[in-house]
Design a protein around this ligand. Structure first.
Ligand SMILES: Nc1ncnc2c1ncn2[C@@H]1O[C@H](COP(=O)(O)OP(=O)(O)OP(=O)(O)O)[C@@H](O)[C@H]1O
Length: 316
């Protein structure tokens, strides 16, 4: 149960998936509220897609239990699939079919009632009604993405899975895409997004950070920096590259990261961090300011602290 008494849309415990000798997902637990935009963040190959596919019954876990949309993820996976829209990382529609043919094909696959009306409606909504006979392969990246989203919404899914949805899409199209996702979420559709882009992560209500198959942290996006408890100072001025090298060697400084024309210097222990930067703050050419750690710093920190159990498995 969530704080408002509603059942979570997804609730799973102890999910495990192994491919060969590699444990790709290791003891994964999560609870996803209805209508949330939940981001799965982590580097390439960390197990985000595999986790999402197990949560929705598209892949059978080796261990673990749970429910998605009220159905058991192992025994009732077919029921779950009927209510899920899945937008894969690569454009998965047929490039040599027209825009209309692609939508019509998807509508048939999902046995959408009043197919013709729904397809016409989707074409109108997309603004593609007068280009419906154009081949999908001729569309730009942004338009392909809009078409793929429209196709996986035809059967009105309750849960939407987006695998790195805005990779290779221009900034305006990215913004429009995220506006549409927010509208869907407001209408009660639950959205799981896998990404390793920070600008997608900050659009999410909740975030689970996954590295090497393990969930390092999850919770409301706004609370994650506080949950980690990282202290950060920002410094601007000349010779930042040299300064970064000196700071990195100091006791009490755990991370020095470049952000545009500034460095963000972070540590877990506030007193030790302040003592470490004190000598450098005497140099008046530079401006130092205390700042609240953001998601960016937190994720760099989490990544540097996580161990590569995939590499260990290979070595062992
Ligand atoms: N069917 C499979 N058979 C064997 N190995 C697999 C299979 N599916 C995924 N893997 C491996 O599992 C690991 C996790 O893959 P997954 O796609 O879940 O990660 P990801 O975090 O989504 O990465 P990306 O951002 O690159 O999509 C990778 O090392 C991948 O090669």
């Amino acid at each position: 149960m969530t704080a408002d008494g509603a059942q979570p849309v997804i609730e799973v415990k102890g999910l495990v998936k192994t491919f060969g000798d590699k444990t790709v997902v290791d003891e994964f637990d999560i609870s996803v509220p209805k209508g949330a935009i939940y981001g799965f963040l982590g580097p390439n190959g960390s197990g985000k897609t595999t986790t999402i596919r197990m949560l929705c019954g598209l892949l059978t876990p080796d261990a673990g239990t749970g429910r998605c949309l009220g159905y058991d993820i192992v025994r009732q996976s077919d029921n779950i699939k009927e209510h899920v829209g899945y937008m894969t990382q690569k454009f998965s529609l047929y490039e040599d079919l027209t825009i209309r043919e692609n939508l019509d094909f998807m509508a048939r696959m999902y046995k959408v009632p009043e197919r013709r009306e729904k397809v016409n409606g989707a074409l109108e909504e997309l603004g593609l009604a007068n280009r419906s006979h154009q081949l999908a392969g001729e569309l730009s990246g942004g338009w392909k993405q809009r078409l793929a989203l429209a196709a996986c919404l035809l059967h009105r899914p309750d849960l939407l899975l987006l695998d790195e949805p805005t990779a290779g899409v221009d900034p305006k199209a990215r913004r429009d895409f995220w506006d549409e996702i927010r509208r869907l979420s407001d209408a009660g559709v639950t959205v799981l997004v896998s990404t390793h882009y920070m600008d997608e992560a900050i659009q999410c209500d909740n975030i689970a950070y996954i590295a090497y198959g393990k969930k390092l942290i999850d919770g409301p996006a706004a609370d994650i920096p506080d949950m980690v408890g990282l202290n950060t100072w920002r410094v601007e001025g000349p010779d930042l590259a040299d300064l970064a090298v000196s700071l990195e060697g100091e006791d009490g400084i755990e991370q020095v990261a470049r952000f545009g024309s500034a460095l963000h210097v972070s540590g877990m222990d506030e007193k030790r961090l302040e003592a470490a930067i004190a000598p450098y703050r005497k140099d008046e050419r530079r401006i130092w300011s205390r700042r609240q750690a953001g998601l960016e710093e937190v994720f760099i920190h989490l990544m540097s602290g996580s161990t590569d159990n995939f590499a260990r498995a290979k070595a062992g």
